[in-house]
Ligand binder design. Structure first.
Ligand code: NAG
Ligand code: NAG
Ligand code: NAG
Ligand code: NAG
Ligand code: NAG
Ligand code: NAG
Ligand code: NAG
Length: 430
């Protein structure tokens, strides 16, 4: 009888509890939106762990067939999340060339302000990427701007709005720049806020005190400038969109009271990845209510030129191990999910030697991961310069030394197997 009662009552209690907790937490997340539960992502009541892809060039493709083929290949490889740029801003002087070459652009500076391009060579290309992603069961992390000048990052806002003699840090503090950034962010968020194809909004790619412009006096370890900017922008995005997740897009630098040192040119230097000098404060930034999960990046080979050489006390592989462990320890303090959202080494032999160990550790410590960067073969666009040195060559997507193509079988298989592990981790929540 007791057992019967329990069996009978339990579903009602569950419904009551669900209704109650939803009322307490606000409106329910719409179906198909990813949210968080402790250190896990959750999609429609199931845990969601993934292998993702980075491809900033997808919205820059001009042939829809190529967009479709790329997503089909991602689906075949069990990729569940794509990270791409939601920005493509150009100078007024670049407009004529862009119209001629078909370069995608979303904003152009017309001598007094940014003019939005929501036409077929503008945001409609991004619409197509986001729609096609959805058809292949892939969700998109959309990044609002870049710490670097590339593809119209924050240096363009600085140059045009406050003047070319300013330092990089004014991006995070000048009210005119913040208003301009927010105006553009509002356009993107309002355009896609009802779409389940958006995984999360990302405030900036790799926010740092230094950019391609020199640093300034207001962004130092004690100023907390980037942390304040993260909080301000995350709160702004949340005011526009109650449901999608928000993240920083940062490299995950720490501000430890006992920072590490690294070997450079015959002496040990205080390490900018640990001493707050880069500008982020990973431990603090994660505590903000509207930062839903942590991101970090990993490029030890280019960050430490003397790794693997005599004098250095750690290897590229070992440094990566430490960086992964340190972030999974830090995330335990706040119980949010963690994404290693960019990482790489150059050279195929280096990749096949190092990636299995990094991937294995990241998966064992509950991460989702996104290697930099997706390589696509057989694009019908053939040979074409996109911008800068980025080009499609013999049908292969741009290669900055980090691209992973399907014909690199041993490397490709590392991530295909990892995707199987992640799929197996995605189960029904208790
Ligand atoms: C720039 O764009 C704004 C808004 O569309 C417009 O009012 C202004 O006249 C434009 N200026 C130039 C120089 O084209
Ligand atoms: C666009 O403007 C930025 C900022 O003034 C400048 O650094 C960059 O060289 C310009 N790019 C081109 C292609 O004119
Ligand atoms: C970084 O650490 C230093 C020294 O402990 C502290 O003064 C500073 O406020 C910290 N910065 C942030 C952004 O928390
Ligand atoms: C390398 O050695 C220095 C000096 O002993 C030490 O401070 C630093 O933490 C070491 N780095 C690593 C990654 O072990
Ligand atoms: C390395 O150290 C030497 C001796 O202190 C110095 O002359 C040289 O400029 C340094 N090189 C670099 C790249 O910092
Ligand atoms: C492989 O890694 C080593 C050590 O970081 C580096 O010196 C070398 O240039 C890399 N190989 C390629 C092809 O990038
Ligand atoms: C894979 O494709 C790329 C791009 O077309 C090409 O450069 C490379 O030689 C190919 N590698 C192999 C192993 O076939």
């Amino acid at each position: 009888m007791l057992r019967f009662l329990r069996a009978f009552l339990f579903p009602f209690l569950l419904i009551w509890w669900t209704a109650f907790s939803n009322a307490a937490l606000g409106p329910r997340i719409p179906n198909g939106f990813v949210t968080t539960h402790g250190r896990n992502f959750v999609l429609d009541d199931e845990q969601f762990a993934f292998i993702g892809a980075n491809s900033y060039w997808l919205p820059l493709l001009t042939a829809n067939e190529d967009v479709e083929a790329t997503f089909q290949e991602m689906e075949n490889a069990d990729v569940k999340v794509l990270r791409t740029w939601g920005f493509n801003a150009i100078n007024g002087s670049e407009l004529a060339g862009a119209l001629k070459s078909g370069l995608t652009y979303y904003q152009v500076w017309n001598s007094s302000e940014w003019v939005l391009n929501d036409g077929p060579q503008g945001l409609q290309r991004l619409d197509n990427v986001i729609n096609t992603a959805g058809k292949h069961g892939i969700k998109v992390i959309l990044t609002f701007t870049n710490n670097w000048v590339g593809y119209g990052g924050c240096e363009l806002y600085i140059n045009w709005i406050t003047g070319a003699s300013q330092t990089h840090d004014v991006f995070y503090s000048d009210p005119r720049i913040i208003a301009s950034y927010q105006r553009y962010v509002k356009v993107l968020v309002e355009r896609y806020k009802d779409s389940p194809n958006i995984f999360a909004w990302e405030l900036m790619n790799e926010a740092r005190c230094l950019g391609d412009l020199p640093g300034g006096p207001n962004c130092v370890p004690t100023s907390g400038l980037i942390s304040r900017w993260y909080k301000q922008q995350a709160d702004f995005v949340r005011s526009l969109d109650p449901f999608h997740m928000i993240t920083t897009g940062g490299e995950g630098q720490f501000n430890w009271s006992k920072p590490k040192y690294y070997w450079y040119n015959g002496s040990f230097l205080s390490d900018y990845n640990y001493n707050g000098e880069a500008g982020e404060n990973f431990d603090l930034d994660l505590t903000f209510d509207n930062i839903d999960f942590g991101t970090y990046h990993m490029y030890p080979q280019s960050w430490y030129t003397e790794l693997d050489t005599p004098g250095s006390n750690f290897t590229v592989k070992q440094w990566g191990h430490n960086w992964i462990s340190q972030h999974s320890n830090a995330i335990r303090q706040v119980e949010k999910p963690l994404v290693l959202e960019e990482f790489g080494v150059t050279g195929i032999a280096n990749k096949t030697n190092i990636y299995p160990a990094w991937v294995d550790l990241a998966l064992k410590t509950g991460h989702s991961i996104m290697p930099w960067q997706w390589g696509q073969l057989d694009l019908i666009e053939g040979n074409r310069v996109i911008k800068y040195t980025d080009e499609i060559l013999d049908g292969a997507s741009p290669n900055d030394g980090y691209a992973i193509y399907k014909n690199q079988t041993e490397l490709w298989d590392i991530f295909k197997s990892a995707a199987k592990v992640q799929n197996a981790r995605s189960w029904i929540m208790e």
